[in-house]
Design a protein around this ligand. Structure first.
Ligand SMILES: *[C@@H]1O[C@H](CO)[C@@H](O)[C@H](O)[C@H]1NC(C)=O
Ligand SMILES: *[C@@H]1O[C@H](CO)[C@@H](O)[C@H](O)[C@H]1NC(C)=O
Ligand SMILES: *[C@@H]1O[C@H](CO)[C@@H](O)[C@H](O)[C@H]1NC(C)=O
Ligand SMILES: *[C@@H]1O[C@H](CO)[C@@H](O)[C@H](O)[C@H]1NC(C)=O
Length: 484
């Protein structure tokens, strides 16, 4: 008996060893054939060019740790929605001030949309002239040449301009002067402990999609700065410790709006507005961060075409950061009932018969709790709390569906589109975050102004739409219901 057991154990052990050998072999194969290589290199990016020239490309820093697992996706998906986007900017950095200058200006570029080059910049050692209400850089411009770059690096002030009068060019125009005076007020190599100012020039204040894309772009500029460093220092341009000495300076005159607090994701000092700065406001030597325009955000791309990208470390991280900021990270829908939240637009594109239809939904489906909200009247934190308690988010096409970004993973989005409108933005966001997505088109509009006209869907079509969306959630989380 004991003998048999020993033999059995030996057999088991040998079998185990064999399995282990086979596994190691497969792993080695995958590894050497680069299948496991997750980083994707943007081909026109001059990764190592420029070493010893400006020196900015020497050595790089690891990705911020929030970006962890990256499942493999197509180059298209990785380039736009993966961390390759951040790396492409880190690797295309150019210094604009000649070495004799006492200030520095480094701009980071990327190319994701045709021939357009998107940029953000870091100005080091800027002094504030309170008479002019402008910052001055002691910077003798040099050509931002990067040898072997397949695409020419844009020159200072020749960056892309974006809608609503945004982008680095506009910020430079508003508040930055370059002087060739060698005041020797400071030296970029010694600015390790300077304060930071993020210059914010917004498209507006009210639209959730536009505002969040701008804030998202700002967070990615900070990420890239955390991944790069000046040649004369091994310290990254920006570290987590710098958040305490960073302030937001708002250049535009739009009202604060619901998303204002979020600009302080990486800036603990109080927000200031340029127009409120007193003549004697003490602003010492600063490092200025000029974020990329909201309009350059890669999430704007492909929103009229369905794409097959199924994950976005960029969007996931942004969503988590926002939820973390409001202390809502762990919240998920719970309880026996599924929560269906209807975004009730009240000024334009209203859903005809919404009252009647949702009564019918409540009467028809067991396990459903219905809620109707007008997000425009609720503070942003409260909006997020509602969204985090939602299983099925329903709305007529509009910016309110931006909240899909903050739904708990595996939720469902229902979009009712005006007749003939084939916008894919919210569908694509759902795909990137692992939500289900269901759509239907309105049956008619009276004229051709889809922006404002109310939307009509026959009751049967509406109930059919809700039927698939609600039942798709019947076995999510701890819910466990039969569909009929
Ligand atoms: C600030 O700007 C004013 C007006 O252009 C100029 O006269 C003054 O010298 C500047 N101050 C400093 C400290 O550069
Ligand atoms: C800046 O000033 C120095 C001397 O003060 C001069 O040699 C140089 O050509 C100037 N550069 C520019 C871009 O004007
Ligand atoms: C940074 O700002 C603080 C005030 O918030 C100031 O006391 C400090 O001197 C500044 N540091 C530098 C290096 O300018
Ligand atoms: C949506 O809001 C309107 C008021 O603008 C209200 O009459 C209607 O009952 C609301 N619909 C739902 C489903 O709550």
């Amino acid at each position: 008996m004991a003998y048999k057991t020993v033999i059995f154990h030996r057999k088991l052990f040998r079998f185990f060893l064999l399995g282990l050998t086979v596994l190691s072999f497969i792993f080695l194969l995958l590894y050497t054939s680069n299948v496991l290589e997750v980083g994707f290199q943007l081909s026109p990016t001059p990764v190592t060019a420029g070493v010893g020239d400006t020196g900015i490309h020497e050595g790089t820093h690891a990705l911020p740790s929030e970006y962890t697992s990256i499942p493999e996706q197509s180059p298209f998906c990785t380039r736009l929605f993966g961390t390759a986007y951040l790396k492409s900017m880190r690797d295309w950095a150019a210094e604009y001030c000649a070495p004799e200058s006492s200030s520095g200006l480094t701009c980071f570029h990327t190319q994701t949309s045709g021939s357009r080059i998107d940029s953000f910049c870091l100005a080091r050692g800027a002094s504030f002239n309170s008479t002019r209400q402008k910052f001055t850089l002691d910077c003798q411009l040099q050509a931002p040449s990067i040898p072997n770059a397949p695409v020419e690096t844009p020159e200072y002030r020749h960056f892309t301009n974006y809608w609503y009068n945004t982008g680095p060019n506009v910020v430079f125009d508003k508040v930055l002067d370059l002087e060739n005076t060698s005041h020797l007020t400071g030296h970029p190599g010694h600015l390790g402990h300077s304060n930071f100012t993020i210059l914010v020039n917004r498209e507006g204040a009210a639209n959730p999609w536009h505002s969040l894309m701008e804030i998202f772009s700002m967070t990615m500029a900070i990420d890239v700065l955390r991944m790069s460093h000046h040649p004369q220092s091994s310290r990254p341009f920006f570290t987590a410790a710098d958040i305490d000495r960073t302030q937001i300076l708002v250049l535009d005159d739009s009202e604060n709006g619901p998303f204002f607090d979020l600009w302080s994701l990486f800036a603990r000092k109080p927000v200031q507005r340029l127009k409120d700065l007193k003549l004697d406001s003490p602003i010492g030597l600063q490092n200025l961060i000029i974020p990329a325009a909201g309009g350059s955000n890669p999430l704007w791309q492909g929103d009229w075409e369905p794409h097959s990208c199924r994950d976005s470390p960029l969007l996931r991280t942004f969503s988590n950061r926002v939820l973390d900021f409001y202390g809502l990270q762990g919240q998920t829908p719970g309880g026996a009932d599924l929560v269906v939240t209807f975004i009730n637009r009240t000024s334009s594109r209203k859903l005809d018969h919404s009252d009647e239809y949702f009564h019918e939904v409540e009467a028809t489906f067991p396990h459903v709790k219905f809620r109707s909200v007008d997000f425009a009247t609720i503070p942003f934190k409260q909006q997020l709390e509602i969204v985090r308690g939602t299983d099925v988010l329903v709305g007529v096409h509009g910016a309110g569906l931006t909240h899909g970004i903050f739904l708990s993973p595996g939720s469902a989005i229902v979009e009712i589109l005006p007749s003939g409108l084939n916008h894919k933005g919210f569908r694509n966001v759902a795909s990137l975050l692992g939500h289900s997505y269901f759509s239907s088109h309105a049956s008619r509009t009276n004229g051709n102004d889809w922006h404002h006209e109310d939307v009509f869907l026959e009751k049967e079509k509406f109930m059919d739409l809700m039927n698939v969306a609600i039942k798709s959630m019947y076995n999510k989380g701890e819910r466990n219901y039969d569909v009929n």
